[in-house]
Design a protein around this ligand. Sequence first.
Ligand SMILES: [Zn+2]
Length: 86
Amino acid sequence: MTEFNIDRRHWERLAEVRVEWRKSINEGCRIYDEAWLGILAQKRIRRHTKGSSDCAEGFNCHICGRKCRSRIVSFSHAKKCRLDSV
Ligand SMILES: [Zn+2]
């Protein structure tokens, strides 16, 4: 109820008038969803910003120094590179 901006002390009185109660619930749900989607959007932006800095550095093999396109390719290459060097 706190997230839906409904006063806990008076919710029963509000619920007696069904139209007002439904309006409060729908409005609270809309506000809560917008806040939640805002948080998700911020997380997404942060994740993509962080990812782009990794791309700028590149994914170089720590054994032979070869440039790889992605982290998984770099990991796979390093594993093969390690086996080849033995
Ligand atoms: Zn390598």
